[in-house]
Design a protein around this ligand. Structure first.
Ligand code: NAD
Length: 343
């Protein structure tokens, strides 16, 4: 039997545990996976590109569990009432190859993406960071705010989106948080004075939203939305001024802000394993070039498997009496004496 976690099941589970707690637990779980970096069989994700979006498969495995996520990125979806990013996940037992868990992964992706930003903030942002600039107040934005708030004493959020309805939605969702919410009229206004900047827009194009003039010594930037070839958010002139942290260099060279550049980068596992500090000086500008790596999904699915008990189990894998006689499972039952079989 395979455990099935649909959207209502995940909603109930997160509501019981609390979103901030879930984000904190996922941050720890993902960091623990980065510490075990050498134990994973890793590869860049498989992406199928279309003019209007992308569909990706993201596999990764350690010695006991294999995980794979199906995820799309369709920036035009919201205008048709659909999400930009939707995902499904599968977790399998390496010993038998049998699936253990099939899960919704749209909510879980937002949670793990925010937890991953928070994990890098934990090591790279200045400890006294109090002001977060949030650019793009779409589906990921509240999760980013709460996860980063778990790691740093945030007081003020300066937020900006080209769509006023998205800004209203964000302000409504964050109203109960103990945060000063400052709606801004432009990207520049939002970034001015920020200690941490998260950019999470969704445009399939090379954008130059963050320019060198907006950089401030000691700033930490999470560039979350540039996650596909031909889809970036930062002016490339920003990059040489930054200490660039990536998840998995072979994938980020294809998809991240550094696509097409040969600038030196640090893979985050070096920091997680204590081989170098996240922040090398109080003046350094750190940039997390986030694209989303399968390891984070592996950690999130394992965390879910360990913690979410009582989910429905479904019969997705045939349980044949003789495992080499699959054919018998499709045969009509033997007729009862004196009656024709019906099926
Ligand atoms: P979304 O469509 O829900 O939100 C994107 C928001 O950005 C929208 O509200 C849109 O109005 C706004 N926007 C677009 N251009 C802008 C601009 N120039 N300035 C300010 N705001 C602008 O998308 P989402 O689910 O929140 O995802 C955001 C981005 O993050 C997407 O590009 C997605 O592909 C990416 N993403 C990355 C990861 C990762 O692991 N790195 C994971 C999930 C999503």
């Amino acid at each position: 039997m395979v455990r099935l976690i649909d959207v209502p099941t995940l909603q109930r589970f997160v509501a019981r545990r609390g979103v901030e707690t879930v984000l904190a637990e996922l941050t720890d779980a993902i960091e623990a996976a980065y510490v075990r970096w050498d134990e994973f069989d890793k590869s860049p994700r498989h992406a199928t590109h279309f003019d209007h979006g992308v569909i990706e498969l993201m596999p990764v495995a350690d010695a006991t569990r294999y995980a794979c996520k199906y995820v799309n990125g369709h920036p035009g979806n919201p205008k048709d009432g659909r999400m930009t990013v939707a995902a499904l996940g599968i977790l399998s037992d390496v010993a038998s190859g049998y699936p253990l868990l099939v899960s919704e992964m749209t909510l879980l992706t937002a949670l793990r993406t925010a937890a991953t930003s928070a994990m890098v903030v934990r090591h790279c942002a200045r400890p006294d960071s109090q002001t977060l600039a949030l650019i793009g107040t779409g589906a990921q934005s509240e999760f980013q705010t709460l996860a980063i708030g778990n790691e740093r004493p945030l007081r003020q959020i300066r937020f900006y989106d080209v769509d006023p309805a998205a800004m209203e939605k964000y302000a409504h969702n964050m109203a109960e948080q103990n945060l000063e919410l400052l709606p801004c009229a432009s990207f520049d206004e939002a970034v001015a004075g920020a200690d941490v900047v998260t950019v999470a827009t969704a445009i399939k194009d090379h954008q130059s939203l963050l320019t060198p003039a907006m950089l401030r010594p000691g700033m930490h930037i999470n560039a979350v939305g540039g996650d596909c070839p031909g889809k970036t958010e930062l002016d490339p002139a920003v990059l040489p001024a930054c200490d660039i942290i990536v998840e998995y260099e072979p994938q980020t060279r294809i998809e991240g802000e550094i696509q097409g550049s040969d600038l030196a980068v640090t893979e985050f596992h070096e920091i997680a394993r204590g081989r170098r500090a996240g922040r090398l000086s109080s003046e350094a500008i750190t940039l997390f070039d986030s694209v989303g790596f399968a390891l984070e999904d592996h950690a999130a699915l394992n965390w879910l498997y360990a913690n979410l008990r009582g989910a429905t189990e479904v019969n997705l894998i045939p349980d044949a009496d003789d495992p080499r006689d699959l054919f018998a499972m499709l045969q009509p039952p033997a007729p009862a004496y004196g009656r024709a079989a019906s099926f």
